[in-house]
Design a protein around this ligand. Structure first.
Ligand code: GLU
Length: 490
């Protein structure tokens, strides 16, 4: 057992997020990480990232990298743990309670297992693996002498549940939860292949890392009594426990793919803003007893508390998440929106080729869409007309835009007038308005057809801005193409 270090730099709570790198970061795990992070910040504590990679068969480097990328994308940074860019390189870890990869802590696990055995809390078992997992009652405890002669690679080590009073989990969110010992079965702590199991190593590592608060998903609640017994057996100080209720889908069942993407990566790719996503995540289970919805991460770091985490499940609602995202997009400065948009516009713009004027042009153009964007991945579609000429116009849209004979004539006239205009929004507006006055025609008669011909769509920002951002040459070219290829209905 590694002795607790008495070099605590920080007297606040020590919390940890302890994911297993066996898949992409799940939305529920991201929320667990966030709650731990906020708890540490709120109370001046330390947030640890420990990677529980003891399931060698299922742990992958890709998952580990995804985990680290998604956490940093969300702005959830850890004080101690693996390195962000090289999570497998233990020489780069931060913190003095490492190693933070569980697989590198084997020696302390071995020592703790031996201690449990020596103290009579653990016994050898040669039941087949199905029985190891607890479905059948095993009798190995009674025949330890007999088992001595069996080679060690054929025996697992089991923790023995001794008779006694119920195990009480004092949970900071749910209050006291009792577990009768009869309902807890002896469980494997080291498999026959030598690998230690979660309920055992989590205790050894949490204790060695001096974790004071274990904040995790409610799916682990039934593991906690087993872990408490291991703490007691090893004479370790119990941490506080807080189990966060699960995230459900709209139909009340546990959130799954049916209810929306469960991996954080998908939301990143879709163009959710990390701040919006974090704000939505925290609201899945926490509120400060007001109707307020919008909180910056800085505010959350000052306000978050476990007392205000609900004890009933939170309900995932994609529309609400979209609402949060739209709201955050609208709050962005034009410059911020421009920067965040570039990764979603690589089809049209090469960051390296951007000169000052294209940069200004694109920044202005994007700002026109701020009010109507829900996710940034929609940009590729809505920006297309500013980069590519429309190829065809459907009959349906031509009808909707009311491209009548009169409109055709107006388009022809406008095209001529635009040829000589100085290309500013004001001058474009003047030409179009003067023309409608002169001909005594309604502005609408010309605005919708122009919008359609220039962009292939009827949903664009104001028509003068649209013309301006499409640009003079493309405007004239598109009008020309349309007038030459489509017939006036008379
Ligand atoms: N590795 C476990 C998991 O990902 C950790 C659970 C815990 O926080 O104790 O579920």
């Amino acid at each position: 057992m590694s002795s607790p270090k008495n070099t605590l730099k920080n007297s606040g709570p020590r919390v940890r997020f302890a994911p297993s790198p066996t898949g992409e970061l799940h939305i529920g795990s991201a929320r667990t990480a966030l709650f731990n992070y906020l708890y540490a910040r709120r109370y001046g504590g330390t947030f640890i990232l420990r990677i529980e990679d003891t399931d060698m068969a299922r742990s992958t480097e890709a998952s580990l990298r995804n985990l680290v990328d998604c956490l940093t994308w969300l702005g959830i940074f850890w004080d101690e743990g693996v390195d962000e860019s090289n999570p497998l390189d233990s020489s780069l870890e931060k913190g003095d309670h490492g190693p933070y990869l569980q697989s590198a802590r084997k020696e302390s696990h071995r020592v703790a297992a031996q201690k449990l055995k020596d103290l009579g809390y653990a016994y050898e078992c040669n039941c087949p693996p199905q029985a190891e997992t607890g479905s059948t009652k095993c009798r190995c405890y009674e025949k330890q002498d007999e088992l001595k002669s069996i080679p060690v690679e054929q025996k697992s080590l089991k923790f023995r549940i001794q008779p006694g009073p119920p195990v009480v989990v004092r949970d900071l969110i749910r209050g006291e939860v009792m577990f009768r010992r009869d309902d807890i079965q002896d469980f494997v702590i080291v498999r026959a292949d030598g690998h230690p199991t979660y309920n055992f190593v989590v205790v050894v590592d949490d204790a060695a890392m001096e974790v004071t608060h274990v904040i995790r998903g409610e799916d682990h609640l039934s593991n906690t009594p087993k872990q408490i017994l291991v703490y007691e057996a090893l004479e370790l100080k119990l941490p506080e426990f807080a189990h966060i209720p699960l995230i459900h889908g709209s139909d009340g069942s546990k959130m799954s793919k049916r209810h929306g993407a469960v991996n954080v990566q998908v939301y990143k790719t879709e163009g959710f803003l990390p701040d919006a996503f974090v704000n939505y995540l925290v609201r899945l289970g926490w509120n400060d007893d007001t109707d307020r919805e919008i909180y910056s991460i800085d505010e959350l770091e000052k306000l978050f508390s476990l007392e205000q985490v609900s004890s009933s499940p939170a309900c995932f609602d994609r529309d609400k998440l979209l609402w949060f995202n739209g709201k955050y997009i609208r709050e962005l400065s034009d410059e911020e929106l421009f920067k965040l948009s570039l990764p979603f516009l690589t089809k049209f713009v090469d960051r390296a080729d951007l000169n000052m004027s294209t940069r200004e042009w694109l920044t202005g153009l994007l700002s026109l869409y701020k009010d109507r964007l829900e996710t940034l991945n929609k940009l590729e579609e809505v920006m297309e007309p500013y980069f590519v000429d429309p190829k065809s116009y459907s009959d349906e849209l031509l009808r909707k835009a009311k491209v009548t004979g009169e409109a055709f004539r107006a388009l022809l006239d406008i095209k001529k007038k635009l040829q000589d205009v100085e290309w500013t929004v004001e001058q474009i507006e003047k030409v179009v308005r003067d023309y409608t006055k002169e001909k005594e025609i309604k502005f609408k008669l010309i605005a919708q057809p122009l919008r359609l011909v220039l962009t292939g769509s009827l949903a664009t920002p104001g028509i003068f801005e649209t013309l301006y951002y499409v640009g003079k040459e493309p405007t004239l070219r598109r009008l020309e193409y349309f007038l030459a290829n489509y017939q006036s209905p008379g």
